[in-house]
Design a protein around this ligand. Structure first.
Ligand SMILES: [Zn+2]
Length: 434
């Protein structure tokens, strides 16, 4: 008897580790340099798309007749930095990704500029209600064609003032438009976090780590190739038909796009965000292709998340079935850790389903904690939820702090609770199917 139990236990743990192993393989592939960070420079997102489609094919995942093959076109604009990217401050060349970032809405350009620190006094002047013409006269000679330095670590700025300046810089009207500023350097002591945008401003704009800069810069030299591109990326759909065709469908979503590259040397691999979730989606697709579920299960790998949920917005606008025929949707994004548990967005909204998750977790102790949240439009479940699709977004908590940076690599991502996450949601589906 003991022997049988032992064998059963060994079998169970072999199955468990098989999922993590499989997830790891997808993760290594999706976050590898050959995918260029699954963005738009070198068309990394296209390489990721092909990989996901080849997996769906291998698993025998069905395509919807509704689309031509597995994919749906999604068109949007992207501000890219496809070639040159360099910044030298006071004759010291900085390393992109590590010492500095180019802001998502930055313009391109090149040249040498003298630096002008943006002082607290200047800010107060601008806040004091001078009209733009007077301001222009006053500050034209100071800022025009110079590099404006905004030292966010300067303690003479209040928190409110810093927020205000950041807001102005991001709008880019005052700086680029009013004074024809040559460039902007923001010095920060915060972690460098790269984003991606669908618009571009008028001014080259760099964010530099305080650790890199000993003194307030006097002069910079820079070169940045920038291009505002219109791209057509793809949402990728597949499904496994359930045993009971009268039941509504379960949908899993995970975005596979990421930031990509800035310049030709700096890759943002996006291992946790969201190669991890895509790896989970593919692992689930394989599992259900081998174990027919009760109800239809739909897998959607989404594009354009990093540009403002473009893929999921396109999905709800033209979904292959009526949105009311979705029983429940689970969005999978950032699932590479789990030391501190998981968080369930919409857990406070769909309380019956949240209780199911808690019950399963209490039985098996998969996670040390399940944190419940209300609604939050922070990932791809949101456009579905806004169209009344019952949905959760589950992300793991704790572990690595790498996020939207060059350090979010597959090698440092532990996939701590990958099996547990897999078990939790597959058991959840079993519950829902009863
Ligand atoms: Zn992201």
């Amino acid at each position: 008897m003991k022997k049988v139990l032992l064998i059963l236990f060994l079998c169970a743990s072999t199955i468990l580790s098989a999922q993590q192993k499989e997830g790891r393989q997808h993760l290594q592939k999706l976050a590898s340099p050959e995918m260029y960070g699954r963005g738009y420079v070198n068309n990394g997102i296209k390489i990721a798309e092909k990989y996901i489609i080849s997996c769906f094919k291998n698993y025998g995942i069905q395509a919807f007749d509704y689309f031509d093959g597995y994919t749906q076109d999604v068109t949007y604009t992207v501000n890219t930095f496809p070639d040159q990217l360099s910044l030298t401050i006071d004759n010291v060349e900085l390393t992109p990704g590590k010492d500095f970032l180019i802001d998502a809405i930055s313009a391109g350009g090149s040249g040498s500029l003298k630096c002008t620190p943006f002082s607290n006094k200047d800010l107060q002047d601008i806040c004091s209600g001078l009209n733009t013409k007077e301001l222009k006269e006053k500050y034209k000679s100071k800022y025009t064609k110079n590099c404006l330095i905004f030292d966010e670590t300067d303690s003479t700025f209040t928190k409110k003032q810093k927020e205000k300046i950041n807001e102005w810089i991001s709008v880019d009207l005052v700086w680029g438009g009013l004074y024809s500023i040559g460039g902007i350097i923001k010095i920060t002591d915060e972690k460098l976090t790269q984003n991606i945008a669908g618009v571009s401003g008028n001014t080259p704009y760099f964010i530099v780590s305080k650790q890199t800069i000993k003194n307030i810069p006097k002069a910079i030299n820079f070169s940045a190739t920038q291009k505002l591109d219109t791209v057509t990326a793809k949402n990728i759909y597949g499904y496994v038909p359930g045993k009971d065709s009268t039941k509504k469908a379960i949908v899993f979503t995970a975005h596979y796009d990421h930031i990509g590259m800035t310049g030709q040397k700096t890759i943002f691999p996006g291992a946790n965000d969201n190669a991890s979730g895509t790896a989970m989606l593919l692992t689930l697709a394989k599992h259900y292709s081998e174990n027919q579920p009760e109800q239809d299960i739909i897998f959607v790998a989404l594009c354009g998340e990093e540009l403002g949920l473009k893929g999921s917005k396109a999905a709800v606008a033209d979904f292959p079935l009526e949105l009311e025929d979705i029983d429940f949707l689970i969005n999978i994004d950032l699932v590479g850790t789990g030391e501190d548990g998981i968080c369930v967005v919409n857990g406070k909204i769909f309380t019956k389903e949240f209780e199911i998750l808690e019950k399963i977790n209490n039985e098996h102790s998969y996670f040390s904690k399940i944190k419940v949240r209300g609604e939050a439009c922070n990932s791809d479940h949101c456009p579905f939820y806004q169209k009344n699709v019952p949905s959760f977004y589950l992300y793991t908590m704790g572990g690595t702090q790498a996020y939207h940076d060059i350090y979010d690599t597959a090698d440092q991502l532990p996939l701590t609770k990958f099996n547990e996450y897999f078990n939790l949601i597959t058991e959840f589906v079993t519950y829902k199917s009863k």
